[in-house]
Design a protein around this ligand. Structure first.
Ligand code: FMN
Length: 242
């Protein structure tokens, strides 16, 4: 049989297809908490963003994957703008925090981590973005560039960037409503978030590049997540273009 037709990828699409006779979730999956919090972690409040006047279509035309960066730090105001672009809360509805990027069922399965190499006023290290508080939770300090680069198949842009965004998913949040089809939505969710980042970075004159190639187990270990209840999905490097 041809490889595509027998591939696991196509099998996944078939097994999660909706049809007129089969459109309800097939599995019962218990939900996960809507928010992840590192209660013990030191908190760093982010500055309230001041939005620059930029043209969306100019950013769309100018966006290009940039993999070489100058050794120049990002300022915390620009970092705050980028985080707002990815997951900023723009409305509250009941218990839901509606955000800049859409999410299937408003279930928001994506968590954001930052590997900071060069940001003014922020020591090098790993941070988690607390969406509701618009703050960072400090997880681990120290130079992490080589460990992250190794986990991303040695892609050197991971070390050259001022900051690397790392997105994980907690699939239960979405799959508790949609079953296995929810996994498709999880991938779509993270893509919306990443595109917001790429456009915002372009608008600020920064360069960015998405990364889908990484060793899953190594990136999970880097983030200290189990790779099952919380799975690394995607990354993006950001810095001043060289
Ligand atoms: C899902 C996805 C994964 C990607 N993974 C990588 C990657 O691991 N390394 C890399 O250098 N570029 C990666 N890219 C960037 C693409 O190579 C790039 O978007 C493509 O060459 C088109 O160029 P442009 O972004 O400048 O328009 C990825 C892009 C997408 C959408």
């Amino acid at each position: 049989m041809p490889h595509y037709l027998s591939s696991q990828g196509l099998q996944f699409l078939k097994e999660t297809a909706l049809s007129r006779t089969q459109w309800r979730p097939r599995e019962v999956i218990t939900p996960a908490p809507m928010f992840k919090e590192y209660a013990e972690a030191p908190k760093i409040a982010l500055p309230r963003p001041t939005f620059p006047a930029v043209d969306l279509f100019e950013a769309l035309i100018r966006r290009r994957s940039v993999r070489n960066y100058r050794k120049e730090p990002l300022n915390i105001e620009d970092l705050a703008l980028l985080l707002f672009a990815t997951q900023g809360v723009t409305a509250r509805a009941g218990g839901y925090l509606l955000r800049t990027a859409p999410s299937a069922g408003a279930l928001y399965p994506i968590e954001t981590y930052l590997c900071v190499h060069q940001v003014d006023g922020l020591p090098c290290g790993l941070y988690h973005f607390a969406v509701g508080r618009f703050s960072l939770e400090e997880l681990r300090l120290g130079p992490l560039a080589s460990e992250l680069t190794a986990a991303c198949l040695g892609q050197s842009m991971c070390a050259k960037a001022a900051v690397v965004f790392i997105w994980t998913a907690i699939p239960r949040r979405t799959m508790s409503k949609y079953g296995s089809r929810g996994m498709r939505y999880v991938f779509m969710d993270v893509a919306h978030i990443c595109q917001n980042l790429l456009l915002a970075a372009t608008a600020l004159g920064l360069g960015a590049c998405p990364i889908g190639a990484f060793f899953d187990d190594e990136l999970a270990a880097f983030l200290e997540v189990d790779g099952q209840e919380e799975c690394p999905l995607y990354l993006a490097t950001v810095g001043w273009p060289a």
